[in-house]
Structures are given as C-alpha cells and as structure tokens.
Write a protein that binds this ligand. Structure first.
Ligand code: PLP
Length: 392
C-alpha cells in the first residue's frame, strides 16, 4: 500500500511511535473466540449501581454542559475532603485540585508543565508505560530504575540514588504498582521522600491503586511527609477503585500557583471533564468505601487462587500486595515473555501480557485479576497445561 500524503508528512514526535508487542497480541486476540482476557487493566466488574444511577440522573437533569475548567466545585470539595480523610492532606478545593479526563490527562498536563528539553524523570521499572509517552512528548528523558523479584519489585531508595544525574528533575512514585503489584512500605516511602528533599527532586505520586491493597498496611501519600506538599503532585482517580475506566475521570492536586499555570493546557485539551462523569464521581466519593471493599475481597480471592496455581506450576512471582496484577516469572519454561504470551493466546485461549510491554520485564508476564472468578480459574488450569508442556 502506498503511503498517504498525510502519513508521509507526520511530525517527528509522532513518527517515532511504533507498533508494540502488546498491540500485536491484541490483534491476534481479536480473531480468537471464547478468549479469557487477563490482559488489560480494565476491571470486569460493573461500576457500582449508585454511581451509575447518579450518572444517568445527571444526564436527565441537564448535566450536559462544560463545567469550570478544573471541575465542578462540589466535586472538588468532595475530593478535598477525601484527601483529608484518607491521606491527611490539606488541599484547597478552589485552586489546588483539577478534575481531569482520567489520571492520564493529568499526567500529560503535568509533564508538559514541568519539563524542559532534556530534563530527566526517574521511575521504577517495570512500569506503566504511558509515562514513557508523556515524558517524551514533553521533551524529557525517562530513566528507569530497575527493581527485582527478590524485593517484590518495590522501589529501593539506594537504587534511586544510583540513578540520579544533574539533570534529574522529577521522581515518579507509583504505589501500589502496575504491572508488578508492588507496594512500597511506609518507612521506605519516607526514605524516598528524604531523598527527594536532599536532592531537590519534584515528586509525581500516582496513587490510583491506593484502595486496592491486600495487606494490613494503610496507603500513605508521598505528599503527606513533612515538607513534601510543596514538591509533590498527587494523582488519583476513579477508574480502578470504582471500576470506572470508561467514565474517564481522575484528578491531580498540587499547590495553587502551579495548578493555575496548568489551566491553559488543560483547557486546550478538553475544556473541562465530562459533566455527567463528574456527577458520578461525586456520588462515588459520597457513597463511602463499602463497594471498594467488596471489590478488593473479590480480587483478593482471585489473587490468592492464582498465587496457589502459580506455586503448583513451579512459577515464582513478586508478592502482589496491591493493585490488580501478578507479575510472574516464566523463565523455567524456556520461552521468552512474548513467545509465552503468544503460545498461551493461540494454544490455550488465555490473554496475558509480556513483561517486556512494561519496560525491562523479559522473563516475566503480567496476569491481571480482571476476569470473573470462574473464568480466571479455567485460565489458570489452561496455563498450567501450557507450562507443563515446557517444564514437564
Ligand atoms: N496510572 C497508572 C499506574 C495506571 O495503571 C493507569 C491505568 O492503567 C493510569 C494511571 C491511568 O488511569 P486513568 O484510567 O485514570 O486514566
């Protein structure tokens, strides 16, 4: 096929983007009937009824307009209350909180607002790779800090120090983590905060999985440590905790004079976030955490089942203390991560993603917990058969 005129004139920032292994696997998956999908980070559970109802009622009652660029005042006030209640953070709803089209939009806005050409951003690897794109589009360089199965893939303070350079400007902390399920313990987070202060780093604290923790410890926000408020941008959203990925709603919180400077960019991208989704998010925050607890109980059962199944297959993994994934070591099979995922897809009709989709994750695969429990159990049986085929 000859290339179109428009394609031939594509900008240099876009032309560098090539098709990923993940996209190739998604394309193969489209041809496979009865596939069990443990790939994407998209909850299989419905949005809780009281939230959906609030969204429908909002549409029926004229919530069909632009809002303030930073979101409905009532929602910002409720977010401020949540940040106080859950995270001991004080943010002014009038000026320090921006409601965005998913956390994803906030990520784009904040890196465009923070980075100059060549500025470096540090983050743990394996990682959520949208950070590659938002940093690259802003002219920055992402430096990945290796984590290991031995440490359950938790970011280690010493490793941050080893990867610092004079150009390091921002540290991204994602806990609980996608794709590894790692949770950084509060005392380690405090050490990381100390490094940020010593080295004058800004911190992007992605807390989208904060409510999905399976162990006894409470999530602690990076912004809550002494003197961290001024150098931290908190990201959080509704997609994961409330199974609301398709509503596209999240937010960022940061000091007012920074937020003020992001207005033009946010306004240019989306003017304001979907009105009815904002009403639904308000109902989510007002409705309490019970629905989240139910979801976490379901995910915990699935996680425990899968961990047992992997143990039986003789495969190890980083302990998934949070989020909705298990990052499993498939090296005993002798297959590389992509080959293993392709085999599983075509031979066993189970979709998972190679660790290489998330940076330097060769030898690992990410299994999401996001299929109905009965299907997830079938998927584990099928995977066991495939693994048996390699390791005997
Ligand atoms: N941050 C992390 C770590 C994620 O895993 C995701 C989605 O998978 C996002 C942000 C984006 O979430 P949202 O749906 O709010 O845009």
């Amino acid at each position: 096929m000859t290339e179109s005129l428009l394609s031939s004139r594509i900008s240099s920032s876009v032309s560098s983007v090539s098709k990923t292994e993940r996209e190739e696997l998604l394309a193969v998956a489209e041809e496979i009937p009865d596939l069990i999908k443990l790939g994407r980070g998209d909850p299989d559970r419905d949005t809780p009824e009281h939230i959906t109802k609030a969204g429908i009622e909002a549409l029926e009652n004229g919530y069909t307009h632009y809002t303030h660029w930073a979101g409905m005042k009532e929602l910002r006030e409720e977010i401020a209350k949540k940040l106080k209640r859950d995270n001991e953070l004080e943010y002014d709803p009038d000026g320090e909180i921006v409601v965005s089209t998913g956390v994803q939009e906030s990520m784009y806005v904040l890196f465009q607002s923070l980075l100059d050409e060549g500025d470096e951003v540090l983050m743990a690897d394996p990682h959520y790779t949208s950070y590659d794109a938002v940093v690259e589009f802003a002219g920055g360089e992402l430096t990945l800090i290796p984590t290991s199965e031995e440490d359950d893939f938790a970011l280690q303070p010493d490793a941050i120090r080893e990867n610092l350079s004079p150009k390091t400007k921002v540290l991204v902390v994602v806990t609980p983590n996608n794709p590894t399920g790692a949770v950084i313990p509060p005392d380690t987070l405090e050490e990381i905060a100390d490094i940020a202060k010593e080295e004058d780093l800004l911190v992007v604290s992605d807390e989208i999985y904060e409510k999905i923790i399976y162990e006894d410890y409470e999530h602690v926000s990076m912004a809550s440590f002494p003197d961290m408020y001024e150098r931290t941008i908190v990201l959080n959203g509704f997609s994961k905790a409330y199974s609301m990925t398709g509503w596209r709603i999240g937010y960022m919180a940061a000091p007012a004079d920074f937020i003020e400077k992001t207005e033009r960019l946010k306004h240019t991208l989306t003017i304001s976030t979907n009105h009815a989704s904002q009403a639904a998010a308000l109902a989510a925050l007002k409705g309490g955490d019970e629905c989240i607890e139910e979801t976490v109980d379901v995910y915990r059962e699935r996680r425990d089942y899968l961990m047992d199944a992997l143990d039986e297959m003789g495969l190890t993994y980083g302990y998934p203390a949070g989020a909705m994934y298990i990052f499993a070591n498939i090296q005993p099979t002798g297959r590389n991560a992509f080959e293993f995922c392709k085999d599983l897809l075509t031979d066993a009709k189970v979709q998972i993603f190679p660790g290489t989709t998330y940076g330097n994750g060769e030898g690992y695969v990410r299994i999401s917990l996001l299929a109905p429990t009965d299907q997830l159990k079938i998927a584990a049986d099928r995977m066991a058969e495939v693994v048996k085929g390699y390791v005997g």
